[in-house]
Design a protein around this ligand. Structure first.
Ligand SMILES: [Mg+2]
Length: 260
């Protein structure tokens, strides 16, 4: 494999698990940075702002600038700024996604269906009620654009599986007969947002993830090279994975695999 000119890292299961750093991850980032190889993080997280994620990574000994972290929320905000600039957005999401959207220019947040040009769904949050869903539903029935940060089914939590945003997105699609534009992984928009921050073309970039379906399939389809790591969810997938250009025990082995 030719050396990539930039790297996109999935975060959970690659750099850390449950905000415990994975062995070798910190050193790998240091070596890549010292070698002048640019890298960014791409995560479907919507429950934390990029500033919060940056601070958590620093606490784990992996300082990472917030503007090099692309979340499903930040990619969606960039999409809204590009495609729906100046339009009024009815947002159903967690407080962190609200915080980032409210601070973004070109986005006006509204609460009533009568005022909404766009309905945008973020991750699930306990504050989302039937009346919020009803406002979103009515806005969609009146023709508002429909955007979702992600459509995941569930995610693992310490107490068991957690119900993710997919049920809200699919539910509103079912009731309104409308289709949402999904931005987060595995939609191609997330990878394009990360490549834009990286400043490298897809063909010159390497995607590193622990889930070959959720992280690597789209990256492979849009022409990126892919590296599966066997940390996080990695051990649960077939070995070798047929389309992975690199298949490594952990991200700690990446610098050597790239000849660094
Ligand atoms: Mg992962």
């Amino acid at each position: 494999m030719d050396a990539p000119r930039g790297i996109v890292f999935d975060m959970e299961g690659v750099l850390h698990v449950g905000y415990q750093p994975l062995p070798g991850a910190e050193r790998a980032l240091v070596v890549l940075t010292a070698a002048g190889l640019p890298h960014v993080i791409l995560t479907n997280t919507t429950s934390k702002t990029r500033a919060t994620i940056s601070a958590r990574l620093a606490e784990m000994g992996m300082p990472y600038p917030a503007d090099r972290i692309v979340t499903a929320a930040s990619a969606t905000i960039a999409f809204l700024q590009r495609r729906h600039r100046g339009r009024r957005v009815l947002l159903l999401a967690e407080p962190a996604a609200f915080e980032e959207a409210a601070a973004a220019d070109g986005i006006e947040l509204v609460e009533r269906w009568q005022d909404a040009d766009v309905v945008c769904l973020g991750g699930p949050d306990e504050s989302i009620t039937y009346s919020h869903m009803q406002e979103a539903f009515r806005a969609l029935m009146e023709g508002a654009a429909f955007v979702a940060m992600q459509r995941n089914r569930w995610w693992p939590t310490p107490d068991g599986p957690g119900l993710d945003a997919g049920v809200f997105v699919k539910g509103l699609e079912y009731s309104s007969g409308r289709r949402a534009t999904i931005i987060g992984k595995p939609a191609a928009g997330a990878y394009r947002a990360a490549l834009a921050v990286l400043g490298v073309q897809a063909a010159d970039a390497l995607m590193v993830g622990d889930d070959p379906v959720a992280d690597l399939a789209t990256a492979h389809r849009i022409g990126m090279r892919t590296c599966l790591v066997r940390t996080g969810k990695g051990p649960t997938f077939a070995s070798p994975w047929p389309t992975a250009d690199l298949d490594l025990p952990s991200v700690g082995e990446l610098p050597r695999a790239l000849g660094l």
